[in-house]
Design a protein around this ligand. Sequence first.
Ligand code: F6R
Length: 248
Amino acid sequence: KSPTTFMDSEKASAYTAHQIAELIRQKQKEGKPAVLGLATGNTPKLVYKELIRLHKEENLSFENVISFNLDEYYPIEKEHHLSYTYFMAEQLFNHVDIKKENIHIPHTDFSQGDIEKYCLSYEDKINSFGGLDLQLLGIGRNGHIGFNEPGSSFDSITRLIDLHPLTREDAAPEFGTLNEVPHQAISIGINTIMNAKKILLLALGERKSEIVNKALNGEVTTEIPASVLQTISHVEYILDKQAAQLIA
Ligand code: F6R
């Protein structure tokens, strides 16, 4: 499937935000909740900025939004400034009218024994709302989506995973040193993602160009988790021209 490519990251992000806003408004008209799968990291920051602008300046309400985040480091305290709970509050939730009880982010501050049960309950919760209406994805430099690292089964659901060395390396500058980067994470699965009714994969910048080309045009393999998206039609790849530069 050919990507939708924009001149720069601002335009690609605005386009992505407007698709999300359109879904929220459509569901509002139908009197239904909009069930959104959300991502963290650098990639969606301008998307969230534009959604906040739409809320403040163009009456976009998040009252009917139910959100599920893709993943969270394990272990990490919710209050930690690099937790995804903290990230989402800062980048989006504190600035819009989403109801606190409609926000779902995997939490990882409990004893190891309960994790499996917790992961299944997160998956069940998503399903209890009829699944995700829209999943926003970034892509890791090793092709991960969520924290579904290379080797993840295409059938996988929410679970505890080991972070790939490259993922930890990419997170090291934020954490200060590699040692401080958690070794694990909770992530929704590839199957969970694929079941979303619509998937938007956003990739920005030159450093994503190699993996974007492999994921879109290379072999479909569990070694490049994002390549699984080639097998479905309800995905849209949204790129800036730097991320798209190696695509023939
Ligand atoms: C984030 C996530 C990850 C990131 C990916 C890209 O919730 O699940 O898959 O989308 O690691 O990260 P950035 O956007 O920081 O390049």
